[in-house]
Design a protein. Sequence first.
Length: 271
Amino acid sequence: MEAATEFVVESPTRSTVRGQRGATARQVPGLAVVLLGWGGNNGSRLTAAVLAHRLRLSWPTRTCHKEANYSASLTQAAPSLLPMVAPDDLVFDGWAIIVSEPGGGDASSSRLTNQSARADYVILGTRAQQLQRICTDFCSFQSGAGLAEVIRRKTANTEHFSEVILGLSDTAENLLRTIQLGLQVSPSTLFAVASVLEGCSFLGGSPLTTLVPGALEFKWQCSLFTTSIVRYNHLGNNDRQNLSTPPQFRSKEVSKRSVVDDTGLSNPALY
């Protein structure tokens, strides 16, 4: 199955129309999901849901006996038409900023400032050293597990808002230089760049500032493209503390406001 798409690349200095073609693989690969912020509400629930179904867990309620299932999951939508990886076959791994969290791994020391009091498991060093460590850990995990495909998904807290600054994050070249110089780069951008370097998918699962023009341009230079931009809203288990800090709230404010802006701009007669 092949598909073609056309999209507009926008930056503070120029707009470019690009085209891409993609094809659906004929065989379902071995797949891992690496969760950034594994110990949070989203990461732990996803892992628990898959484990509950894999172990065939059940429990009594006041009215009946329930069993874990994948009802309403997109993975069950049309498997005969488009076979997908069975959720039970997923391999999980990840990072968390607290050693006691399920991920038991590392997180960038570019962590949220207001989490520093409880963050006890971080990667030290410069931005470039952190990027290299992420890539090294990723390669070790994929080769050790013998997996064909890996998806990275950010499930951590809303991160510190990062402005798109000319000369820093507006082009792929500037973004890579910014990382080497140790200047302002959000944690999600570091993970996104590492994902591009290693050729795996990156999903942003919380309000963040990953999609800076430089990261997008770098991705397209590596023959990868954006497949979907979807937004929804719910509060995680640490949002009350996290969003009390203005820079973190700014990230959520910008991401949610743009949804309203898109609605108004696409319906000028109505709005």
